[in-house]
Design a protein around this ligand. Structure first.
Ligand SMILES: Cc1ncc(COP(=O)(O)O)c(C=O)c1O
Length: 427
């Protein structure tokens, strides 16, 4: 694993650490814009790009992507609230996810959302019922799980999974679909998996998505208007480096779009979270302790798996690369030491890096982890050990535009009178 050598925001980030405290997520919104424009430039003309808020629901990030003309893909009331607050109109939101409760669907309808992705018959009929009750007509994508898996680290289709339905299960249900009066069938949705490794992997999975769309539309023979091809556009996570050049996607995607038959009139949608904001974020932290145990050196930081990569300790995602905030020339002269970089939580799982070579570190030194703008703060074990979430700062060209911290702690809940106890409020 490569060690990052130069801190991305350099001196500015060190000053923000002094002002806002450590640890600190720093997001460069210009970088979000650059990545969005780059991805849009390889998609076929007339396509729509949906920002998946699960990657980073920071309002400032969502605002940038809304301003660039993206639509929003949300999977919870919280993400919906951020999307609407960031300026996405409800008609530009797609509500997806395999476990939408009736209350959640009613809430989304009440806020004006009309587009849902249905992941099963139960899900579809729930949206239908809620829509009829609200006297609305929802526009629904049928999420399909194609028969072939993508070349993805975390495949979400082509394998047995909780996402979508096998094509045959939708195909058999033409009459059942026709009986649903609260919905209009908008199209087909495929999402293959995150972090597809290279251009061949992306092309083969997008090709499968085109084919799954064609096949379902032929089988159902309904006037679909949208083919959501998903994405899986990659970016390195918590390690240095840049993402794949996406330019080789442009020509084949345009050709396949033009060659469509049954879905020829469907608008093409693509989804992305990681590619749009992964590179924009850096987590800055401070060394709290340096100690030795049975021949090994431990560098203890003020951040850990409660702020980044919560599942890395469980082996679900790779350990991260830590860079040291010292001038590159100075680092080059230093004799590297082998260390374990760990966090402050009372568990051996709280480990960012094992047996890595870093310049000698002292208490108070600043370190950073690059490429954590996606699946960083909110994909971590935020509640574990009850330490505060990190502060998150967004800037454009060095000018701070927003500073946030996730809410934290237990909220008292009113107790029903039938429990025979006074509610928290009346005690
Ligand atoms: C349905 C759906 N769309 C989009 C995404 C975003 O993926 P990525 O961040 O890799 O672009 C995901 C991620 O799990 C997803 O499940």
């Amino acid at each position: 694993m490569s060690t990052p050598t130069s801190p991305p925001e350099g001196a500015r980030a060190l000053a923000w650490l002094e002002t806002h405290g450590s640890p600190l997520y720093v997001y460069d919104l210009d970088e979000v814009e650059r990545r969005a424009r780059e991805l849009m430039s390889v998609l076929p003309d007339g396509s729509r790009l949906l920002f998946s808020l699960k990657a980073n629901p920071l309002p400032a990030v969502a605002q940038v992507l809304c301003g660039l003309g993206c639509d929003a893909e949300v999977s919870s009331p919280g993400e919906l609230s951020v999307a609407l607050g960031a300026g996405f109109s409800p008609e530009r939101v797609l509500y997806s996810g395999p476990g939408k409760s009736a209350e959640e669907v009613r809430g989304a309808l009440g806020l004006g959302v009309t587009r849902f992705s249905a992941e099963s018959w139960t899900d579809l009929e729930r949206v239908d019922r809620a829509s009829r009750a609200a006297r609305r007509c929802s526009r629904v994508l049928l999420r399909v799980n194609p028969d072939t898996p993508p070349m993805a680290r975390l495949a979400m289709s082509g394998v047995s999974s909780q996402f979508g339905l096998d094509e045959a299960q939708w195909r058999e249900g033409r009459e059942r679909l026709a009986a649903l009066s609260g919905i209009e069938l908008l199209g087909v949705h495929v999402y293959q998996g995150t972090q597809l490794a290279d251009v061949p992997a992306l092309l083969s999975s997008l090709r499968l998505a085109f084919e799954a769309g064609e096949s379902l539309v032929s089988a159902l023979d309904l006037p679909f208007q949208v083919l959501d091809l998903g994405g899986g556009f990659p970016w390195p996570f918590a390690t240095s480096g840049t993402g794949l050049d996406l330019a080789p996607l442009r020509e084949p995607l345009a050709r396949w779009a033009a060659e469509r038959r049954r879905t020829a009139s469907c608008e093409l949608w693509f989804e992305s979270g990681r590619r749009l904001c992964g590179s924009s974020g850096t987590l800055w932290a401070t060394v709290l302790d340096v100690k030795h145990s049975k021949g090994k050196q431990y560098v203890v930081l003020d951040t850990g798996i409660h702020h980044l990569g919560g599942m890395s300790g469980l082996g679900r995602v790779p350990l991260v690369s830590v860079g040291v905030a010292r001038a590159g020339a100075q680092v080059a002269r230093e004799v590297l030491e082998e260390v374990n970089v760990v966090g402050p939580l009372c568990t051996p799982l709280d480990c960012f890096a094992r047996n890595v070579k870093l310049p000698p570190l002292r208490v108070g030194d600043r370190v950073f982890v690059p490429n954590v703008g996606a699946y960083g703060a909110t994909a971590s074990l935020t509640g574990f050990l009850s330490r505060p979430p990190p502060v998150e700062l967004a800037h454009r060209g060095g000018e701070v535009v927003a500073v946030h911290r996730l809410r934290w702690g237990h909220e008292p809940q009113a107790r029903p009178a039938s429990e025979g106890a006074q509610s928290e409020e009346t005690r």
